[in-house]
Design a protein around this ligand. Structure first.
Ligand code: 13P
Length: 253
């Protein structure tokens, strides 16, 4: 668990946005966070085509930016793919890897997520490794096993020094976009599992932040972020509304 009392809040825009709306959102966020302490870390993960716009509008702000995926390959004949190096060229700091929507709709398995984690690390991006169980897995009593395996496969491929640079996001699939966030006690329990797994690999992984994602809103963020072992949030829908995202960030401050 992070010893520093700092939180990290990352917005995941998913496949939303257009130049005009992004400009309003990004400018409002940049302005709205100007006076805040540096202790709270904030980022937005935007669709690839908007990286340049995001860089232009946020480079003088305290908000970092990133991407929602990277290719498992470094470079080459992979039509439609975007490399981690390309994202890094636009000043990205974070790369989500293994988001449940990538796993579900693009057949990404754990080894692919591990490869993407390596590609991100190689170019200095912070991989945000997303893990989470489906409703069926939870109902079958396999939530901890599923989530642990997703993380363990990635950890097994990394040195401790590499693993120290990770961020983990626990996002129960059944809580994503449903308006039904996981209960505080469920979040606490799973974050404890993840922190135990990290420190079992090496004590130095105690500081790796574990974020919660899944229907985080202004009215539940404070309670969720107050749970021990919750070092911040990965925010989908609510990150598209400046006021809501700022309120969620304020709840983490
Ligand atoms: P929602 O906040 O819309 O539930 O999405 C969560 C998520 O998938 C963030 O990556």
């Amino acid at each position: 668990m992070s010893e520093l009392n700092t939180k990290l809040v990352i917005g995941n825009w998913k496949m939303h946005g257009c130049l005009a709306r992004n400009a309003v959102l990004l400018n409002t966020l940049a302005h709205g966070t100007q006076q805040w302490s540096e202790a709270l870390r904030i980022a937005v993960c935007v669709p690839f085509p908007y990286l340049a716009q995001t860089q232009e509008l946020l480079h003088n702000s305290r908000i970092a930016w990133g991407v929602q995926d990277v290719s498992a390959h470094t470079e080459g004949a992979y039509t439609g793919e975007v490399s981690a190096a390309m994202a890094a060229e636009f000043g990205a700091t974070f790369a989500l890897v293994g988001h449940s929507e990538r796993r579900a709709y693009h057949q990404e398995n754990d080894p692919a997520v591990a490869a993407k984690t390596h590609r991100a690390l190689e170019v200095g991006l912070t991989p945000v490794v997303c893990v989470g169980e489906t409703r069926a897995e939870r109902d079958a009593g396999r939530a901890e096993q599923t989530v642990s395996q997703q993380l363990q496969v990635v950890l097994d491929t990394l040195s401790v020094e590499q693993a120290m640079r990770l961020v983990i996001a626990y996002e129960p699939v059944w809580a994503i976009g449903t308006g039904r966030n996981a209960q505080a006690h469920e979040v606490r329990a799973m974050h404890a599992v993840l922190h135990r797994l990290l420190t079992a690999a090496d004590d130095r992984l105690a500081h790796v932040p574990v974020l919660y994602g899944g229907s985080v809103k202004p009215d539940n963020a404070r309670e969720l972020f107050a749970e021990p072992g919750v070092e911040g949030g990965l925010i989908g829908g609510a990150s598209l509304k400046a006021e809501d995202f700022l309120d969620i960030c304020a709840a983490a401050d």
